[in-house]
Ligand binder design. Structure first.
Ligand SMILES: Cc1cc2nc3c(=O)[nH]c(=O)nc-3n(C[C@H](O)[C@H](O)[C@H](O)COP(=O)(O)OP(=O)(O)OC[C@H]3O[C@@H](n4cnc5c(N)ncnc54)[C@H](O)[C@@H]3O)c2cc1C
Length: 466
């Protein structure tokens, strides 16, 4: 007899595991199936966490090499890449084990294996030893995430032709790396290896980096990254990538048709991610996908098959861990009869470079396209006393507010601690704050967050310190 569950979650990433825990908290008999054999998904294993680990360690290495400029004399600073990678792996293991503990604590049944639909209510689990288990599910939530996309005809070997996964685990520091794609993952990984000594070239098809983000911030970001030593080749298309000897040859053409050839030790292809539905046998049960291969859902995450739902990277929306988590909680609460909800207007995003880039809400370009009248308030960290005191003065805060109501529509910042400070703005937007509300909120002195208050004051041209 197949074991019966009220809800089965396929995929143990931030969408799936958070959803499973919330379902169990709400008293539903829940199982979660994960094919990797380790919980945490892309985020914990090959995404957010290892990349942030390497960003932090490489930044410390870079800082340590420059201590003498601050008047701190230390001995020769040397890189031990093996140890750095080992520490990264240990941090990942600790976190993934933590989720297994949370599953036990909340009584979520955990199956290791590939989940697929036998029918709308019967799920098959195929483990590593090819042993098949069938379970019954009243409802199933697909949370199988995404995989990196390559360029047509080019396969990742994760040694010379890398996806982000390979770029997180290189065993030596390459002399040269070409990053194809100027999105946040490519720039984060490019920054890591640049700080560790690699000559990094970013090739981007568009005329700007970080597509979709506020263009003024993107421009400032690129200027800062150039100062740090990254090289950019915009409006440039990769025509071919071939492995040659110990490296790779990359042929490109720019907008004017001028061809270029790069010899590089490695190439990181970072041009996006695609939904992962490959093992699910969705066709068998009739679940519809959209043109991009994402699982089609309605506003309650329900597919066209009433007892099958989907969340996270495998559905429409920004491919971000916290978006997947919010959806996981919302669907669990909806299934339990509560009123789960995700506010897609207030999903923050952060790029964890130095300095950080963070945003929430609409960009100036979006507001222009929507023909909305808006006011802009800006404040540079150069005029912020804390930033001056610790010599981290790059960047600025930009607030976009409705021209008539003053309601905050979007906040974009680049600067130290931007990734933490954006939470204040997300909360403000959730509460429908006006720029005046933010301007009248007392911010501690001296803090970076005073730049937010000043940017809010600047919406009505009454900032004090610039
Ligand atoms: C290098 C990198 C850095 C990133 N940094 C950030 C960041 O800083 N902040 C941020 O918010 N996001 C970041 N992301 C994106 C983030 O990792 C994803 O948005 C997030 O993991 C999506 O969660 P998910 O649960 O939808 O899918 P996933 O995390 O991809 O999890 C899906 C899980 O389902 C499993 N699975 C797939 N098919 C089956 C099956 N048939 N049966 C059983 N299990 C299956 C997979 O093994 C996987 O573990 C980063 C991604 C990368 C690659």
């Amino acid at each position: 007899m197949a074991e019966k569950f009220q809800v089965v979650v396929i995929g143990g990433g931030p969408g799936g595991y958070v959803c499973a825990i919330r379902l169990a908290q709400l008293g539903l008999k829940t199982a979660c199936i994960e094919s990797r054999g380790i919980l945490g998904g892309t985020c914990l294993n090959i995404g957010c966490i290892p990349s942030k680990f390497l960003l932090n360690y490489s930044e410390n290495f870079h800082k340590a090499k420059n201590f003498s400029k601050m008047g701190i004399e230390v001995g020769e600073v040397k890189l031990n890449l093996d140890k750095m990678m080992q520490n990264k792996n240990n941090a990942v293991t600790d976190l993934t084990k933590g989720i297994e503990f949370l599953f036990k604590k909340n009584k979520v049944t955990y199956f290791k294996g590939i989940g697929s639909f036998n029918s709308a209510n019967k799920i098959s689990i195929l483990d590593k030893r090819n042993k098949q288990t069938i379970i019954e599910a009243e409802k199933t939530i697909v949370s199988t995430g995404s995989d990196p996309v390559s360029l047509p005809g080019i396969d990742f070997d994760e040694k010379k032709i890398l996806s982000s996964t390979g770029a997180l685990s290189l065993s030596s520091v390459p002399k040269k790396m070409v990053v194809v794609g100027g999105g946040y993952i490519g720039l984060e990984m490019g920054s890591v290896w640049s700080r560790l000594g690699t000559e990094v070239h970013v090739v981007e098809f568009l005329d700007h980096i970080t597509p979709g983000m506020d263009k003024e911030i993107s421009k400032e970001f690129m200027k800062i990254l150039i100062k740090q030593g990254l090289n950019f080749h915009l409006e440039t298309k990769v025509e071919s990538i071939k492995k040659k000897g110990n490296g790779v040859t990359i042929h490109t053409a720019d907008k004017q048709g001028k061809k270029n050839i790069y010899q590089s030790d490695v190439v990181l292809i970072s041009v996006g991610r695609k939904p992962n539905t490959k093992h699910l046998k969705l066709k068998q049960v009739g679940v519809k996908l959209d043109k991009k291969g994402k699982v089609k859902v309605d506003k309650n995450f329900q597919t066209n098959i009433p007892n099958i739902y989907a969340i996270g990277d495998v559905i429409e929306g920004p491919m971000l861990a916290h978006k997947a988590e919010e959806e996981g909680i919302a669907i669990a609460e909806l299934i339990a009869g509560q009123s789960g909800h995700v506010n897609y207007d207030v999903i923050p995003g952060v790029v964890y470079t130095t300095p950080e880039l963070a945003y929430v809400g609409k960009t100036e370009e979006q507001l222009k396209n929507e023909n909305r009248s808006y006011k802009v308030g800006k404040f540079p960290f150069m005029a912020n006393s804390r930033a001056k005191a610790i010599n981290e003065t790059e960047g600025f805060v930009k607030i976009l507010a409705d021209d008539k109501t003053d309601r905050v529509l979007g906040v974009h910042m680049i600067g130290s601690h931007a990734g933490e400070m954006i939470a204040e703005m997300a909360l403000a937007m959730e509460f429908g704050a006006s720029s005046e509300d933010i301007a009248r909120t007392c911010h501690a002195h001296p803090t970076f967050s005073e730049a937010i208050k000043e940017a809010a004051l600047s919406v009505d041209k009454r900032q004090i310190h610039s």
